[in-house]
Unconditional design. Structure first.
Length: 119
């Protein structure tokens, strides 16, 4: 199992994208049968490969047989993944933010919330 700590929550994302360097630590590497695709976003164009994972666990939600895209994610910041894209919504999971606080002295944002699965 791999835990990702630096993850961007992007509700406008079309899919979940994971950093190839991070998932490479558990030998999740490109294989000849993987689908290679091109994604486009604000940061430009990136080539990714697609993998299916047994499950993605976010809080209390478990989404099984989940498809992720894996790419270099060279965006100029240390980020492990972009998650909660349209594919999470398709899997009947939702993210509810119930608390946001912004620090007074240093720019910091703390979000606490809960993931729940829709029935």
């Amino acid at each position: 199992m791999l835990s990702l700590e630096k993850v961007l929550i992007d509700t406008g994302s079309a899919s979940t994208l994971l950093n190839a360097d991070i998932v490479g630590k558990i030998d999740m590497i490109p294989e000849k049968d993987d689908v290679v695709d091109t994604i486009r976003g604000v940061g430009g164009v990136e080539y990714v490969y697609t993998k299916s994972v047994d499950a993605v666990i976010i809080g209390e939600a478990i989404v099984k047989n989940f498809q992720v895209e894996i790419g270099s994610m060279d965006y100029g910041m240390d980020i492990h993944g972009i998650i909660v894209g349209g594919d999470i919504y398709d899997a009947k999971a939702s993210f509810v933010i119930f608390s946001i606080s912004i620090g007074d002295r240093e720019p910091s944002l703390t979000m606490s919330g809960k993931i729940c699965c829709r029935k």
